[in-house]
Design a protein around this ligand. Structure first.
Ligand SMILES: NC(=O)c1ccc[n+]([C@@H]2O[C@H](COP(=O)([O-])OP(=O)(O)OC[C@H]3O[C@@H](n4cnc5c(N)ncnc54)[C@H](OP(=O)(O)O)[C@@H]3O)[C@@H](O)[C@H]2O)c1
Length: 368
């Protein structure tokens, strides 16, 4: 995909071990870029974090070799192997340490861009402020000080109507990035396939597909991991994507939960039963947990997760038109070619795995 009009660049990739991070690493490599991924110590295997924080600067080739050797016991090993097989150089760091991106990632070398797919894995406000905001602030400071010209950020379309802690954390960093001297691109995608696939297993067991309300309360233009990865990588070349907030979906039309049921019925060759869950139930759960959360930080976190669930049960992942006061499917840009139907067909045929990660609890509608 690399061409004379898009010369190869040196890119520091954050969040490379996540769903979109892996797809972005692949897309960057396919475009001929040199990719260095800064991954956290816990990703690289127990016991090496302490050693790494005081370790001297490691040239990238050595860092790669060291990472392979040290990650032998890590559950992340297959991810690291996959990244290295793509030709990505792994370096380890601690993103909660303000100096780590400069010291362990950039290492005083020349980089053209930082691309970040970094995000809190839990979505709780504390984690989101630590990762989506603070860690990104450290990366931005390192980019400015290190002469990195470009910063591409994976954000989320839901921040356009913020009511949740993680959305505030993301918006606060977006504001810092926009105020920076860098050529920034803020990519706000719609729903990922994994967030719309959590019910396939229960449907295969003959259980009903759960929808909130009438099943048409929300809609989105699902985007494939590889199409989003390619879109993020494309930001490095396209001047029209510099200093822009970029909402982006996959190929249309916009789909409701009932459309997903229809798709699964067609692909499975039998009607998939539907159970309607009242939104009021989500309100009650969020309300009760909210009250209990005043007395227990653990329950306060659960209350926020319930609010996240309610948000995705009631808000579409499409561009919001504030003047008309509604979501606008037509105004939501599209990219790529792979559809959710293609993905469902592959999952049902056992040729594709749903990577639910830590989102299994909100597998139906959580798009955090
Ligand atoms: N799900 C959706 O449908 C959807 C839709 C639109 C936008 N989004 C946005 O997309 C992003 C999530 O993308 P994703 O699903 O690719 O994420 P993911 O799979 O959860 O990956 C998160 C990445 O961030 C890293 N990370 C998290 N906490 C870290 C920490 N404390 N220190 C260092 N690294 C850390 C993870 O590293 P480890 O592997 O070491 O944990 C991983 O590489 C979020 O910003 C979300 O709001 C999601």
């Amino acid at each position: 995909m690399s061409s004379a009009s898009s010369p190869a660049q040196r890119v520091l990739l954050l969040g490379a071990t996540g769903t979109i991070g892996r797809a972005t690493a692949q897309a960057l490599r396919q475009r001929g870029h040199e990719v260095v991924a800064l991954v956290r110590s816990s990703s690289l295997g127990a016991g090496i974090g302490a050693a790494s924080s005081s370790a001297p600067q490691v040239p990238s080739a050595n860092a790669t070799a060291a990472s392979s050797a040290l990650s032998a016991a890590s559950p992340q090993r297959p991810v690291h192997d996959a990244l290295q097989a793509m030709g990505v150089t792994l370096r380890e760091g601690n993103l909660s340490d303000p100096g780590s991106v400069a010291r362990d990632g950039l290492c005083g070398e020349r980089f053209d861009a930082i691309v970040s797919c970094l995000a809190s894995r839990s979505g709780t406000p504390r984690d989101a402020w630590a990762v989506d905001h603070d860690a990104h602030q450290h990366a931005l400071a390192a980019a400015v000080a290190g002469g990195v010209g470009r910063f591409v950020l994976l954000s989320a379309i839901c921040v356009q109507k913020p009511s949740l802690g993680f959305q505030q954390a993301k918006l606060a960093f977006e504001a810092s990035l926009m105020a920076s001297p860098l050529a920034w691109s803020i990519v706000r995608p719609t729903a990922f396939f994994k967030s719309l696939s959590g019910q396939i297993a229960r449907v295969q067991q003959g259980k009903p597909f759960l929808v909130f309300g009438d099943g048409r309360l929300t809609a989105c233009k699902p985007i494939a991991d590889e199409d989003l990865g390619d879109y993020l990588a494309g930001c490095l070349h396209d001047p029209a994507r510099a200093r822009r907030i970029l909402p982006i979906g996959g190929p249309g039309p916009a789909l409701t939960p009932l459309d997903q049921v229809q798709m699964l019925s067609e692909l499975m060759g039998r009607p998939v039963p539907v159970r309607h869950v009242p939104v009021a139930l989500m309100n009650t759960i969020a309300g009760v947990l909210g009250l209990a959360g005043r007395f227990s930080p653990r329950l306060a976190e659960k209350a926020e997760l319930a609010r996240i669930g309610r948000y995705y049960a009631t808000e579409s992942m499409l561009v919001w038109d504030p003047t008309a006061g509604r979501y606008d499917a037509q105004a939501t840009p599209e990219t790529g070619s792979r559809t959710l139907r293609d993905f469902y067909a592959e999952v049902l045929a056992d040729r594709e795995r749903v990577d639910l990660g830590e989102h299994a609890v909100f597998s139906q509608d959580s798009q955090r």
